[in-house]
Design a protein around this ligand. Structure first.
Ligand code: ZN
Length: 403
C-alpha cells in the first residue's frame, strides 16, 4: 500500500529522456516506485491522457505584490509551476518607508505594466523592513512555494530617499547601509539581491529604476555583504553598455565572493552585445574562476499593445499626441475618421524623449515584422508571415496602414 499512486500518466521526467507511460507511487512525500504498480494507494489519481512531470521552478517572476494577498498564485500554479522566485530586476516592495508606497507601486507599474490600481487595493503594507516583508508573506497559506530577493530599487530609495530614486551617486555611508540591509535580508531568508541595468525598466514617471546606473563600488559593496553571509544569487538584467564592462566586475565580484551572479541572456536590438558574445564572455570569466550564470529567456519578452494600453505603434505620431488625453469614445471617433487616419499615417514619428529610448521606440513604432495581431487562437510561435509586416505584404499595403 502506497500513500499515493498516480496511474497511467505520460511521464516527462525532466531529464530530457523521451516521455513514457507509467504509474508513479509516492510515500512520505517521495517518489518510491515508477512503472507498472500493482499495489494500491491510499489515494489514487487517474492521470491517463495527462502529463506527469516535476513541478516547474520559475526563477524570474514579479509576484511581489500578488504574493501578499493571493494564496493560489495564479496563473503560475495553474500551469504546473510549483516554485516562483520574485524580487527580480531590482523591483519589489521591501524595504519600504510609509511615504514610498505609492512610488514603489509606480515603479512596478512602469517596469512590469502591472496595474497600479490592483497593487494599491491588494497590498496591506504591514511591513517596513525586508525581514518584516518575509514575515508578512509567511502569514499567508500557499498552494506553491515562493522565494524572493532584496530589490535594489526599493533598497536605494529606502536608504537614500529622493537621491536614491533619482539615481544619484551614493556616499560610502549609503553603500555601507545598503550592504548592511542586504546582509540582514539574506540572513532572514532572501534568496539573493537583484538590480536592473536596462533602459527598458522605468517607473511610471519615466525615471530609470534606481540603481540602473550604479557603478562598481556600489555593486561590489553590496556584493561583498552577500559574500560575508555566504549564500545568495546576485541577479541582474542589463543592456551590456560597453562602458559598464559588466563581465569585468561580475567576474571580479564572483571570484571574490564565490557566489553565483545570474544575468538575463537575451538577443535584442536593445542589447549592445549579441547573445553569442554574452555567452563567450561568460565562459571566459568562468574559465577564470568566476561563477556567472546566463538565465536564458526561452521565449521573447512580449509587450501587449493597444490603443488604450501603455504603448502602441502610433503613440509617437503628433496626431495621436493631440488626442492622447481625450476619452476613448472621443479617440475612437477621431481614429474612425479617414481624414484623421490619412494625416496620422503621413506623419513622421516625434523624436524619442531621450536618446537612450530610441531603440525602444524603434521596436514599438516600426518593427512590424516583430509585431503580431493578437486574436482568438493566437499562435505563440508565429511565423514572419503572421506578423503585421507579413499580413501587410500579402494584402499589398504598407505595414503602418495595415496595423
Ligand atoms: Zn524582471
Amino acid at each position: 500500500m502506497h500513500d499515493l499512486v498516480i496511474r497511467g500518466g505520460t511521464v516527462v521526467d525532466g531529464t530530457g529522456a523521451p516521455r513514457f507511460v507509467a504509474d508513479v507511487a509516492v510515500d512520505g512525500g517521495i517518489i518510491t516506485a515508477m512503472g507498472q504498480i500493482s499495489a494500491s494507494g491510499r489515494e489514487e489519481i487517474d492521470a491517463s491522457g495527462k502529463i506527469v512531470a516535476p513541478g516547474f521552478v520559475d526563477i524570474h517572476t514579479h509576484y511581489d505584490g500578488q504574493a501578499t494577498w493571493d494564496s493560489e498564485m495564479g496563473p503560475s500554479s495553474w500551469h504546473g509551476v510549483t516554485t516562483v522566485v520574485m524580487g527580480n530586476c531590482g523591483v519589489g516592495f521591501a524595504p519600504a518607508k510609509k511615504d514610498k508606497h505609492d512610488w514603489l507601486i509606480g515603479l512596478m507599474e512602469g517596469v512590469e505594466d502591472i496595474p497600479g490600481t490592483a497593487l494599491a487595493e491588494g497590498m496591506k503594507w504591514d511591513w517596513e523592513s525586508f525581514p518584516d516583508y518575509l514575515d508578512a508573506l509567511e502569514r499567508l497559506p500557499r498552494t506553491i512555494d515562493i522565494g524572493t530577493q532584496v530589490p535594489h530599487g526599493a533598497l536605494r530609495a529606502f536608504v537614500m530617499g529622493q537621491r536614491g530614486a533619482d539615481n544619484e551617486e551614493p556616499t560610502e555611508a549609503d553603500i555601507a547601509e545598503m550592504a548592511r540591509l542586504v546582509e540582514e535580508g539574506l540572513r532572514a531568508g532572501a534568496l539573493g539581491f537583484s538590480t536592473s541595468r536596462t533602459v527598458l525598466h522605468k517607473s511610471i514617471d519615466g525615471e530609470l529604476v534606481p540603481g540602473t546606473t550604479a557603478t562598481e563600488p556600489e555593486l561590489v559593496g553590496i556584493g561583498r555583504a552577500m559574500g560575508k553571509v555566504g549564500h545568495g544569487v546576485f541577479e541582474l538584467t542589463t543592456d551590456f553598455l560597453e562602458e559598464w564592462d559588466e563581465f569585468g566586475w561580475m567576474g571580479r565580484l564572483s571570484r571574490e565572493t564565490g557566489l553565483p551572479i545570474a544575468f538575463t541572456m537575451l538577443q535584442s536590438p536593445i542589447k549592445q552585445m549579441p547573445w553569442t558574445e554574452q555567452m563567450a564572455a561568460m565562459c571566459n570569466a568562468n574559465d577564470n574562476g568566476a561563477n556567472l550564470v546566463a538565465a536564458i529567456g526561452l521565449r521573447g519578452i512580449g509587450v501587449i499593445m493597444n490603443w488604450r494600453g501603455t504603448v502602441h505603434p502610433f503613440m509617437r505620431k503628433p496626431s495621436w499626441q493631440k488626442i492622447a488625453g481625450l476619452s476613448w469614445d472621443e479617440q475612437k471617433a477621431k481614429l474612425s475618421d479617414p481624414a484623421f487616419k490619412a494625416a496620422m499615417l503621413a506623419e513622421d514619428n516625434l523624436p524619442p524623449p531621450s536618446p537612450d529610448m530610441a531603440p525602444f521606440f524603434m521596436l514599438v513604432t516600426a518593427a512590424w515584422a516583430m509585431q503580431f495581431p493578437l486574436g482568438d487562437g493566437f499562435s505563440y510561435e508565429p511565423t514572419r508571415e503572421e506578423s503585421v509586416f507579413g499580413f501587410a505584404q500579402a494584402a499589398g499595403k504598407e505595414s503602418a496602414e495595415y496595423a
